[in-house]
Design a protein around this ligand. Structure first.
Ligand SMILES: Nc1ncnc2c1ncn2[C@@H]1O[C@H](COP(=O)(O)OP(=O)(O)OP(=O)(O)O)[C@@H](O)[C@H]1O
Ligand SMILES: CC(=O)N[C@H]1[C@@H]2OC[C@@H](O2)[C@@H](O)[C@@H]1O[C@H](C)C(=O)O
Length: 374
């Protein structure tokens, strides 16, 4: 076993809803202890700012480009992450010296795997100087340089978690992250991974509900629960080449758009999009090496009962059971942040972050850039 490090992972995902922080003790292979976590939501101004950054980033040609106010957005985003680290430390009586490393995801503002470009804004050196802790950041880039899709990166952490699954879950167990976009990880009995993005997660529901009500998401699926699935709309999404073509492993936020306003009612739209989220996962699970028997669900979508009901119905019809990460003894909200702590330690130790079965890279590769504390 390698040296055990204490790392904080920081995740600001495609939903752009807030920052998750989580503590992990690990040698980069075994999970020694999952520690506390903290979620700090963005206010409406910040969410608006990151949405603007997605538009501005469309002008990026070289991944280091920071057109318009993108450099300023990067600075503000980094300072928000530094503030979260500081409150996390204060809350748990840690000093910066108690923490060996931060794994910093940053915010994806552009992801075009086919063009070989992925951009996560987030200034590692600034975060290291603000927090007084070494930072590993920019963990997707090297995978893409080596021919991978740059995402998903969480599968290697799912594999580590699968060693800690309680008894009683029928194999194969597949991890599902329902974030803005959803992704699947199958861990073979031989440890070989098969993983990919599986379609829109919550992002279309969020955009649809926000356009009608100004609310950021469909809390507890309340709007969707009052609607009905519209078959034509479902078909339109599921007929997308993403589902029928050869598997493209990773998606960008702009790859799927919500329906036009007025096309269907607010409630029917929310219900149909929740159904599409569930149906996407079950459809793409057909590409896994074996049919899943248990799905372990993490990410904010597990808190939407309509998505979970649709998912359970479709999975049951194929002989599988759907359980939340919590039912498997994990923390479904903090899992991505934990993963970024784990990846940071792997990066420091030169261990692979991605594999042919996860991002399509031709051989396992490490990644990440280290910024040392001053
Ligand atoms: N109580 C709830 N009811 C319904 N939906 C919820 C609830 N809580 C969270 N969500 C959904 O979960 C989303 C956030 O999920 P999560 O934090 O997993 O996304 P993310 O990490 O940004 O995405 P990704 O994994 O794609 O990077 C919210 O935008 C919302 O749609
Ligand atoms: C480019 C990018 O940020 N992709 C995200 C996004 O959100 C979910 C899905 O699409 C996944 O591929 C990835 O995030 C997770 C955490 C990952 O890399 O594993």
């Amino acid at each position: 076993m390698g040296k055990i490090l204490t790392a904080i992972g920081l995740m600001s995902g495609t939903s752009m809803d807030g920052i998750d922080a989580a503590l992990l003790e690990t040698d980069g292979e075994n999970i020694i202890r999952r520690g506390p976590s903290l979620y700090v939501p963005y206010d409406d101004d910040l969410r608006g700012r990151w949405k603007q950054a997605l538009q501005t980033a469309k002008a990026v040609v070289e991944r280091g480009d920071r057109p318009g106010d993108l450099a300023d957005a990067e600075r503000v985003l980094t300072l928000c992450h530094a503030a979260v680290v500081k409150s996390f430390l204060a809350r748990h009586n840690f000093k910066p010296d108690d923490i060996d490393l931060i794994g910093f995801h940053g915010q994806t503002v552009l992801h075009r795997p086919d063009a070989g470009v992925t951009v996560q804004i987030g200034d590692g050196p600034l975060l290291a100087s603000e927090t007084g802790i070494d930072v590993v950041y920019d963990m997707r880039a090297n995978d893409m340089v080596q021919g991978g899709q740059g995402a998903p990166l969480i599968p290697v952490y799912h594999a580590a978690l699968s060693a800690n699954l309680p008894d009683g879950f029928a194999a194969p167990v597949v991890f599902v992250n329902i974030g803005g976009i959803s992704n699947l990880t199958y861990v073979g009995a031989d440890g070989v991974l098969s993983a990919f993005d599986s379609g829109p997660g919550n992002m279309l529901i969020d955009q649809w509900v926000e356009a009608h009500t100004g609310r950021a998401y469909d809390r507890n699926g309340e709007t969707a629960s009052r609607g009905a699935v519209v078959p034509d709309l479902t078909r339109r999404y599921l007929l997308s080449p993403f589902f029928s073509g050869n598997i493209r492993r990773s998606l960008d936020r702009g790859d799927f758009l919500p329906p036009e306003k007025g096309e269907v009612s607010l409630e029917d739209g929310a219900r149909t999009l929740a159904h599409v989220t569930a149906a996407s996962i079950v459809t793409l699970a057909d590409h896994l090496p074996q049919p899943p028997r248990t799905y372990v669900v993490c990410g904010g979508g597990r808190l939407n009962p309509v998505i979970m009901r649709e998912f359970a119905d479709l999975a049951t019809a194929k002989g599988a059971r759907v359980v939340s990460a919590e039912m498997a003894g994990f923390d479904g909200g903090a899992m991505e942040a934990e993963a970024w702590a784990y990846l940071a330690v792997r990066s420091l130790n030169g261990l692979p972050l991605t594999y042919p079965g996860t991002t399509g890279v031709s051989a396992p590769v490490t990644g990440g850039v280290i910024a040392r504390k001053p």
